[in-house]
Write a protein that binds this ligand. Structure first.
Ligand SMILES: NC(=O)c1ccc[n+]([C@@H]2O[C@H](COP(=O)([O-])OP(=O)(O)OC[C@H]3O[C@@H](n4cnc5c(N)ncnc54)[C@H](OP(=O)(O)O)[C@@H]3O)[C@@H](O)[C@H]2O)c1
Length: 218
């Protein structure tokens, strides 16, 4: 069975994804800067899921131990975290969930120089790592809810086969995932999150999302 490492798995998005994957029967490693915190989060997830598929580690050994590594830290920590983890990520898929929010204006699109966070990650990590972008438009509130998710996940990256691997993870988490083209297209998903945050405020919600219509499930 493949092991999924969630760097930042003690946080809102990472913890929500990890819980859904463990409930789906996947092996998950929670990565944290603090091994004790990682172990506690993993124990809580196992208790909630009713199994023993989560364990916790510090970020670097967690990245080493995972087959697929999912990055769920804030944009402020994105570059430093990737520089730290780069040797451990060699030969792996990195799923980047990062949205380039620049507080305090998080309801305005502020894409970084370079076009997109995911493209920056790919440039930083080089050709030995396959970066796939996903989950920018799913709220932590949706992940934590037991209700059937009403939103979809756009998946971008260079290779269709690698995107498909990540779409299977998206589906294991309970969402519909869609091939959305090259990694550069991640800019659109990253930008849309600021619109969703605005709409959550405007319409008094915490789980605005996107639904793709007009095409059937592949
Ligand atoms: N929250 C959402 O609804 C949502 C939705 C879509 C996308 N995203 C994206 O998902 C990513 C994570 O968001 P989040 O809301 O889940 O974040 P979060 O809960 O604030 O933080 C995630 C984790 O980052 C780690 N962290 C904190 N400070 C750090 C530092 N200085 N260096 C390295 N790691 C640090 C913490 O883990 P440890 O302290 O255990 O190391 C924390 O649990 C962001 O890029 C965000 O744009 C979030």
């Amino acid at each position: 069975m493949q092991t999924i490492t969630v760097i930042g798995g003690s946080g809102e998005l990472g913890g929500g994804l990890a819980l859904r994957w463990v409930k789906a029967g996947l092996q998950v490693i929670i990565g944290s800067r603090d091994a004790g915190r990682a172990a506690q989060v993993a124990a809580d997830i196992n208790a909630a899921a009713g199994n023993d598929l989560a364990r916790g580690m510090e970020n670097y050994p967690a990245a080493e131990a995972g087959d697929i590594v999912v990055l769920t830290v804030k944009f402020d920590h994105h570059k430093a975290m990737l520089e730290e983890l780069r040797p451990a990520l060699k030969g792996k898929i990195l799923v980047d969930t990062t949205v380039p929010l620049v507080p305090p204006k998080i309801m305005r699109v502020q894409l970084p120089e370079g076009g997109s966070v995911a493209v920056i990650a790919q440039r930083l990590l080089g050709p030995d790592v396959e970066v796939i972008s996903a989950f920018q438009n799913v709220s932590a509130a949706t992940l934590k809810s037991d209700a059937e998710p009403e939103c979809d996940v756009l998946v971008t990256g260079a290779k269709a086969a690698t995107r498909q691997t990540v779409i299977e993870l998206v589906e294991a988490a309970g969402f519909r995932g869609w091939h959305a083209g090259a990694l550069e297209n991640s800019a659109a998903a990253e930008a849309l999150t600021s619109l969703l945050i605005f709409m959550n405020k405007k319409y008094d919600s915490d789980h605005a999302g996107l639904r793709i219509t007009g095409i059937g499930q592949t």
